[in-house]
Design a protein around this ligand. Structure first.
Ligand SMILES: Nc1nc2c(c(=O)[nH]1)N[C@H]1C(S)=C(S)[C@@H](COP(=O)(O)O)O[C@H]1N2
Ligand SMILES: [Mo]
Length: 265
C-alpha cells in the first residue's frame, strides 16, 4: 500500500478543510454570495460529511452473484468511433497501452498483460448514474492504489486525471478558421478516492472482457462515486497538482458542463 500517499493526502486535505471551515465560518449572510459559491459550499459539505461519517476508505456495498443484471446497461459513449479505436478493437486490444505519467517518479507504460499482473480485485457493485438509473455488475481489475504505488507520485501530486479515447462531439472551427478538435472525455479523482480499495482499473465485466459499450478494454470503477466519475476507454493517467488547465478547468468533461466535481453517493 502507498502509505506515504495516504498520509500526504490527509495532511493536504486537512489544510484544505480548515480553509473551507474558516471561510464558511466568516461568511456574512447579509452579503448573499453568488449561487455558484453556495453550490461549491454544498459540494464541500457533502464531501466533508461523507469522509467524516463514512470514513476516508469506507467501502461501498457489495452484492451477490444473484443480484447481477443480465446485461449491464451502457450510457454515454457506446463506441469511441475513431479509426485508431476501430483498429485496436479489431486486434482484440492486444496493443492497447495505458501510460501513467505527470508528477510521478517512475512513469509507466502498461499493456493489458502488465495490468493483469497486478493482484486483481473482483467486486459486485451497484452503478448509479446521475440520470436516475442503477445497475449491478461484477467488475475485475487492477487496484489503482497498486499502480500508483508502482509509479510513485511526487509529493506535489494531488489529483489523478484520466484521459479517454472517445471524442465528445465533432471537430469544428473557431471564428478565425482554426481547427478546434472535439474534446475527449476526461475525469479526475483526488488521491484519497484514487487509492480507495474499490477503485480499480477494470478489464472484466461479469467474468468476461469488457464489452465495447462499457469501456473496453479498460475503464475505471470508483464505487463510492456517480457514473460520470468512472471514465471508460482509458488511455492516459496523469498525476497533477491541479487540473485547471485541462479541458474547461473543472476536472472532468461533465464537470465542465456544470456537474459537481465531487460525485460521491
Ligand atoms: N470515456 C467515457 N467514460 C464515461 C462516459 C462517456 O461518455 N465516455 N459516460 C459516463 C457516464 S455518465 C456513465 S453513467 C458511465 C456509464 O458506464 P456504462 O456505459 O458502463 O453503463 O460511464 C461514464 N464514463
Ligand atoms: Mo451517468
Amino acid at each position: 500500500m502507498a502509505d506515504p500517499v495516504h498520509r500526504r493526502g490527509f495532511l493536504k486535505r486537512g489544510a484544505a478543510t480548515a480553509a473551507v471551515i474558516s471561510v464558511a465560518g466568516c461568511s456574512d449572510p447579509s452579503q448573499s454570495p453568488p449561487v455558484r459559491t453556495i453550490l461549491g459550499e454544498v459540494e464541500n459539505l457533502t464531501r466533508r460529511a461523507q469522509r467524516l461519517f463514512a470514513g476516508g476508505h469506507a467501502l461501498a456495498p457489495e452484492f451477490t452473484k444473484a443480484d447481477i443484471a443480465p446485461v449491464f446497461r451502457a450510457n454515454g459513449t457506446l463506441n469511441p468511433g475513431t479509426n485508431d479505436y476501430a483498429i485496436a478493437a479489431a486486434e482484440g486490444f492486444k496493443n492497447w497501452r495505458i501510460k501513467v505519467g505527470g508528477l510521478v517518479e517512475k512513469p509507466l507504460d502498461l499493456g493489458l498483460t502488465d495490468l493483469k499482473a497486478f493482484p486483481p480485485r473482483t467486486q459486485i457493485t451497484r452503478h448509479d448514474c446521475v440520470e436516475g438509473w442503477s445497475c449491478i455488475g461484477q467488475w475485475t481489475g487492477a487496484p489503482l492504489s497498486l499502480i500508483l504505488a508502482a509509479a510513485r507520485p511526487k509529493s506535489t501530486a494531488r489529483y489523478v486525471v484520466f484521459h479517454c479515447a472517445d471524442p465528445m462531439g465533432e471537430d469544428g472551427f473557431d471564428a478565425a478558421g482554426n481547427l478546434v478538435p472535439a474534446p475527449h472525455y476526461y475525469e479526475s479523482l483526488d488521491l484519497l478516492e484514487a487509492t480507495h480499495p474499490q477503485t480499480i482499473l477494470a478489464y472484466d465485466l461479469n467474468g468476461a472482457p469488457l464489452p465495447v459499450q462499457n469501456g473496453a478494454p479498460v475503464r475505471l470503477r470508483a464505487e463510492r462515486q456517480l457514473g460520470y466519475k468512472m471514465p471508460k476507454y482509458i488511455q492516459t493517467i496523469e498525476l497533477m497538482e491541479d487540473f485547471s488547465r485541462i479541458g474547461g478547468g473543472k476536472g472532468g468533461y461533465w464537470e465542465d458542463q456544470g456537474y459537481t466535481w465531487y460525485g460521491g453517493i
